[in-house]
Write a protein that binds this ligand. Sequence first.
Ligand SMILES: [Fe+2]
Ligand SMILES: [Fe+2]
Length: 390
Amino acid sequence: MRRGFLGGTFNPPHLGHVQAAAEAAKELELDALYLIPAGIPPHKELPEGGATGEQRLEMTRLAFDGIPGLQVLDWELRRKGKSYTADTVEALRTEDPEGELWMLCGTDMFETLPDWRRGDWLMRTLRVAPYPRKAGEEERIDALAEAYRREFGTTIRRIGVQPLEVSSTSLRVLLRKGKGAALLPKEVYRFILKNRLYDVRPEPDALWELARPWYKKSRIPHVLGCRETAVNLAERWGADTLDAENAAILHDITKKMPVEEQLQYCEKRGNINFSYRPEYEEALHAFSGAAAAALEFGVSPEVESAVRWHTTGRADMSLLEKIIWLADYIEPNRTTPGVDEIRRLAESDLDEALRRALESSLRHLEENGRTPHPATREALAFLCRGEVDS
Ligand SMILES: [Fe+2]
Ligand SMILES: [Fe+2]
């Protein structure tokens, strides 16, 4: 058997890992390639508040899913104490003592190989397949390979992968800023969002890609209109544009979901604070949408709250809540009578725009014989600084 393995913390695994692994499997014609997330790595401390071992294992499974011959092994995570490659190599060799065993590694690891625990033994036992992590590292790799060959007789073959200049460390920084999604396999990004790893903030384009299948086709222009309007309003009024964009993308996410399922989301999140009544069905999608936004896409409490109150409004709304409520009301596809005036007002006086829109919305409900949600009256009353009229 010709087998290979790639170890690492995979915190998180990214496309640089995936591309190198896929290319190595092809070039070396491997029968099997193992991905082995490290338990406690000897080289570095794991950052606090990051992913657990189980989560790194799961992300590694998701990252390499579907590549033929690839298998994720949890040995190093199960092993007590620090992870040493030598122990893993021993275990792999026991399985197939006569076969070829290749170790894949990036330039940085390749440079320090002889210094690892039982480095001398590793250099004489393994075949090594280094790959560049940055453009222009090829020469450095080849020079080292020559030196290793002379000193240890190691068989070395550089993998000809185009380096993707990314590290897990720099990715974690990007994720906190609402960037970096394009450097991750889609399912890994989804997992990171869902579990709110690395203090991630959703990147709007990537979030939209994940959220889009939740929407009916006919609703998409409205959501996109709302997204654009929310960003404009956030810029105009000094709100967080990333939060505004993400809240708009998710605001109607459960609109096509059956009521039963929506109620399940609310229950899971524990966010229904009104006894559900059929006449408030319109408000239900806001509550269940907020629950789904938090549970599926890991949004911040601010974004969750903006989604939650986007239909009813409420007393003492946050700036973001006001923006999402209004964006939903005035986005370019809306043709409600009087909407142009409210659009203009939203540029000059946000509260006045909201007050007018709330009034108009209440009037519309009443004209149609529907019961407004109490929170809508409270929102208006708060803005008018009057009492809730019952
Ligand atoms: Fe809505
Ligand atoms: Fe909407």
